[in-house]
Design a protein around this ligand. Structure first.
Ligand code: ZN
Length: 144
């Protein structure tokens, strides 16, 4: 990994350069001053997805979900818990497939929840179906 990482602000979308050794010191966004990582998954629309998925130097773990989906609701706490334990090595994000149907169709999401990991604009892993916290963490660390 390089010494300086691009971290995309979950609030304003600015790409911040953060020295690798400062990643754990709760860095703030240079533009909007908000925390770059706050231990919570960030909800993405199309533009925010583009910024996170293509510009972030840390892998972005995306939960494609929908409000009416029971297994999605079951997995949500595990996903939030994973964000708390694995940030800032990964960015955790959610895409509501009802509000962002263009993202769901672009990535051919056929069942939800579907988890996908993106790095520098490339999808590097995908798994359909709900996972518990331990399985989720293991899956992420195995694939990204
Ligand atoms: Zn910002």
């Amino acid at each position: 990994m390089q010494d300086t990482l691009f971290i995309v602000c979950p609030h304003c979308g600015a790409a911040n350069r953060v020295p690798q050794d400062r990643l754990n010191e709760k860095p703030n966004c240079g533009r909007c001053k908000a925390a770059l990582f706050d231990g919570h998954p960030v909800e993405l629309d199309g533009a925010a997805f583009e910024a996170q998925a293509t510009r972030s130097d840390v892998p972005v773990v995306v939960d494609f979900w929908a409000p009416w989906c029971g297994p999605c609701r079951v997995m949500a706490p595990a996903f939030a818990q994973a964000a708390k334990s694995l940030e800032p090595r990964y960015r955790f994000a959610k895409v509501n497939t009802e509000e962002q149907p263009q993202l769901a169709s672009r990535f051919g999401i056929r069942s939800i929840p579907t988890l996908a990991v993106f790095r520098k604009g490339r999808e590097i892993a995908r798994q359909a179906g709900a996972m518990d916290h331990a399985t989720l963490v293991r899956w992420i660390q195995t694939h990204a």
